[in-house]
Design a protein around this ligand. Structure first.
Ligand SMILES: Cc1cc2nc3c(=O)[nH]c(=O)nc-3n(C[C@H](O)[C@H](O)[C@H](O)COP(=O)(O)OP(=O)(O)OC[C@H]3O[C@@H](n4cnc5c(N)ncnc54)[C@H](O)[C@@H]3O)c2cc1C
Length: 429
């Protein structure tokens, strides 16, 4: 009798393990996190579909940088050379007053790390790097029904399909998070600032460098783009309880124009160039905090799970998270229950550190008074002086320090999900 009972349990256990095996994954969002995850999952042998609500890859945004340990991940992913070939090569950023006179200098490593690339160029590289995934543009998930063995997914335009797992890599305003976890208000803290980025003609004579101008609660930055004919404008402003339609370019232009009206230096020129910009991005600085990043067969990644805001390593962590999530799935032989728990345990400490750091980014970039602007610039002149510049460099890299990468099964070794040839996940650390 005992043997019979054991047999029944063994079968049930095998059934459950079999049910937990993952072969097909739907990723919502083709920003940074989505294509990064698609790349790793494809290498592990999964069938990957990426659904993106925009009609094509979205190429806007300011520059993003990588530093320290993060370069090891780019190397492992095979994108470092591509990123270097497209890097901004940005030098120092000069803080100017309303007449254009230099007030302070932010050294290159402070904002641009070890390698910096325009977000749009990075998105393009990651999209190209994940060839093999099925990309569906101009669509989005409208309903998710979880079963023991799969997730039924309804699309706004593409009917109904089933996947073993669904990943919400659809950013701060994640649709998957809303469907599987609840409305954004439950998880979102607005920091009281908004950011805008867009491309203008480079009429500033800047070459691998940038200019920064501040007025209380306003930050204006213009940096030369990789293509020297263009410059990338990055704005930040303080505004509580501000609501706008992020999908309405005219509304976004209005928000920017209203909040920078009357701001000095060459800001009026930037506002005049706004109507011609085709890549305007405006969003709030907000943080996302959830008690758990997964529910059943649905898991969140990148800003959808842990948005931190500027200085919070959003891009680096999105790519690291993709590596860890795919690696943990492979290490667990496709068992999402084991993998999701490990993914979260591995990443939480670094994410919490970044969120703490980034919570102060708005006040640092756009101090609330003239006195605080001058005090910040004085501090930077001091820290940037020769004896202290090493300390400044260490402080600037501290937040990106995620430690050594965890090793996962080598996809080149022929490992295939659900084939039963995965290494014992418990034996690996
Ligand atoms: C066009 C653009 C410009 C940006 N510019 C800046 C910037 O200047 N400064 C800054 O700090 N951060 C910017 N970001 C955010 C930054 O890319 C992220 O903080 C970070 O890289 C983490 O990436 P992610 O992939 O998690 O999120 P994101 O890069 O935001 O990507 C999320 C993707 O999901 C898509 N998406 C959203 N909702 C749905 C849905 N319901 N269904 C399907 N797809 C959906 C979005 O269109 C987007 O392509 C920008 C994001 C975008 C999309």
């Amino acid at each position: 009798l005992t043997n019979r009972i054991n047999d029944v349990y063994r079968c049930r256990d095998t059934d459950q393990r079999e049910q937990a095996m993952t072969r097909s994954v739907l990723i919502s969002g083709a920003g940074i996190a989505g294509p990064s995850l698609a790349y790793w999952l494809l290498r592990y042998g999964y069938a990957v579909t990426v659904v993106e609500q925009a009609p094509g890859p979205r190429h806007g945004g300011a520059a993003v940088d990588f530093r320290g340990d993060q370069l090891a991940l780019l190397t492992r992913m095979g994108v470092l050379d591509d990123i270097r070939a497209n890097q901004t090569g940005m030098g120092e950023q000069v803080v100017v007053d309303a007449t254009g006179r230099r007030q302070a200098t932010f050294p290159a490593f402070l904002f641009s790390g070890d390698v910096e690339i325009d977000r749009g160029d990075l998105a393009r590289i990651l999209y190209k790097h994940s060839t093999g995934a099925e990309y569906v543009f101009g669509d989005r998930v409208t309903a998710l029904t979880q079963r023991a063995d799969a997730v039924e997914v309804e699309f706004a335009h593409g009917g109904r399909r089933e996947f073993d797992l669904v990943v919400g890599a659809d950013g701060l305003h994640s649709g998957v998070r809303r469907l599987a976890f609840g409305p954004a208000e439950r998880f979102r803290t607005d920091l009281g600032y908004h950011t805008a980025a867009f491309t203008v003609p480079n009429t500033f004579g800047i070459d691998h460098s940038g200019l920064i101008y501040n007025e209380p609660n306003r930050y204006v930055s213009v940096s030369s783009a990789r293509n020297q004919a263009d410059a990338i404008v990055s704005l930040l402003f303080h505004a509580e309880d501000l609501h706008y339609d992020r999908h309405d370019p005219a509304a976004l232009r209005r928000v920017v124009t209203e909040h920078f009206a009357g701001v000095g230096w060459r800001t009026p020129e930037l506002l005049a160039a706004l109507p011609a910009a085709t890549d305007l991005y405006v969003d709030s600085l907000s943080q996302i905090r959830l008690d758990a990043w997964s529910v059943g067969r649905v898991v969140l990644l990148g800003d959808a799970a842990w948005c931190a805001g500027p200085g919070g390593n959003g891009t680096g962590h999105a790519m690291l998270g993709a590596y860890v999530l795919a690696g943990e799935l492979a290490a667990a032989g496709g068992d999402h229950r084991v993998a999701f728990a490990r993914y979260e345990r591995e990443l939480r400490p670094a994410i919490e550190k970044s969120q703490k750091f980034a919570a102060g980014a708005g006040r640092y970039l756009a101090p609330p008074t003239e006195r605080k602007i001058r005090r910040r610039d004085r501090t930077y002149r001091f820290l940037n002086s020769r004896p202290l510049s090493g300390l400044l460099r260490r402080l600037a890299s501290r937040n990106a320090d995620t430690g050594a990468l965890t090793d996962y099964p080598d996809p080149e070794a022929g490992f295939r999900v659900g084939s039963g040839d995965s290494p014992d996940p418990l034996a690996r650390r």
